[in-house]
Design a protein around this ligand. Structure first.
Ligand code: TYD
Length: 205
């Protein structure tokens, strides 16, 4: 059978484990013989690099952040994700559109969810968005103080977490608690993805 494409986004507050779980999920799906492309946002393009630099700079206005994340995603989707999906890959993105909707609208009262959706409206949407949920105090305890980026603050991340959970209910996203042993959390993610893939007609042993 020719492999169909499937687009997975892993989301959640800083320190929730999107990177760890994206890598583990890639390895798992490949071990089942599937073609998998792992990617992340901010992306590895020049715009993505600029965004990463600005993550350390508190003087960059939230609107600039929002517009840059949107252009990074536009390029990322059109030059990379779309092509991989057309080639029949399962694409896993470590963060995607939902990060912008949640983080940028929490960053400023002037930024609405609708405006963030509007500036991102030309990109394709994931088939599944999984929110890894964890208390910000636990998530930030895993990080070194001197490495913290501007969003890595407990009060800010409390609001980010609340909005992720509210939107997950509205949009039907999958929520998984990531305050557990990595292997248990990963097993839950794998089960959900295998279930979705088998409904799509994938035959996985
Ligand atoms: P990242 O290196 O992914 O952090 P972590 O590995 O801890 O999840 O950093 C990305 C940061 O950028 C993170 O704080 C979330 C934020 N972000 C946005 O605010 N908007 C976006 O659209 C994206 C993709 C990320």
């Amino acid at each position: 059978m020719t492999q169909k494409s499937y687009f997975i986004a892993l989301e959640g507050i800083d320190g929730c484990g999107t990177s760890t779980h994206s890598h583990l999920l890639k390895g798992f799906l490949e071990s089942k013989g599937l073609k998998v492309h792992l990617t992340m946002e901010p992306s590895e393009s020049d715009i993505g690099r600029l965004v990463r630099k600005y993550l350390k700079d508190k003087d960059v206005p939230p609107t600039t952040d929002a517009l840059l994340f949107a252009s990074d995603r536009d390029l990322h989707y059109k030059n990379e994700i779309k092509n991989k999906l057309e080639e029949g890959y399962i694409v896993i993105s470590d963060r995607y559109l939902e990060s912008s909707i949640v983080y940028q609208s929490v960053q400023s009262d002037k930024i609405s969810v609708d405006w963030v959706k509007e500036i991102n409206k030309f990109v394709g949407l994931p088939d599944i968005t999984i929110i890894l949920d964890i208390d910000p105090k636990i998530a930030l305890a895993r990080k070194e103080d001197e490495d913290l980026e501007k969003f890595e603050d407990t009060n800010f991340l409390d609001k980010v977490r609340d909005l992720y959970l509210t939107r997950a209910k509205q949009e039907g996203y999958t929520i998984i608690s990531s305050d557990d042993i990595i292997e248990f959390v990963q097993e839950k993610i794998q089960k959900i993805i295998l279930d979705k893939l088998s409904k799509l007609g994938y035959i996985i042993s």
